[in-house]
Write a protein that binds this ligand. Sequence first.
Ligand SMILES: *Cc1c(COP(=O)(O)O)cnc(C)c1O
Length: 233
Amino acid sequence: MSITENIEKIANTLPAQVCLIAVSKTKPIEDIEEAYRWGQRAFGENKVQELIRKQEVLPEDIEWHLIGHLQTNKVKEVVPVVTLIHAVDSLKLLSVINREAHKIGRVVDCLLQLHIAEESTKFGLSEAETVELLESEAYREMQNIRVIGVMGMATHTEEEGQVRNEFRRLREIYEKLKRTYFPTEISFREISMGMSGDYLIAVEEGSTMVRIGSSIFGERDYNKPEETNNQKK
Ligand SMILES: *Cc1c(COP(=O)(O)O)cnc(C)c1O
């Protein structure tokens, strides 16, 4: 199936209020262009350099989502072009984003990444750390970031029940944070959860943003440089 067919099929399974982020990491420009021609506007990348390189040559009305772990030394480059940073996992990172956004007069939307999976390798804050962050003086003084929700990744497992429980837990944490820290802010409304293998479960559990890569663009081949993929076509 083509990228166009894949994306159309996935889009048709999503409720209208769920935003589809097409995860184009490692994929060539022409693949993004095909999705763009179909009408897709939100794309996700997990590396700052790659996001910037693509952003420079692709249409300006694309929304670029940084979905992967962000290092503080890369913040400065990405802040001018990013629509939403999905994986903020420390007060330190948030304060660097705030500082760089202030320098260019922007307010940058961010999601707090929570650690919901069993695997210890995945990044993210615990619920307690999230509360600590939101209650800190430093956070409350930040004028150039806006926290608009949470993000999480479920355990990579065939056990649907476990995946569902993890997504449900993220939703519950989101609801609690909303009640306690954002009761009147309508902008705090995003739950970024669900990837190719588990997005249908995530949507059932209240996801507002799904990040889908391989089901749209095909499997990623990390051994091949992107240029080689390009020429193959
Ligand atoms: C790569 C990636 C995705 C997309 O994964 P697929 O399984 O290809 O859909 C989603 N979220 C994050 C954070 C990723 O790094």
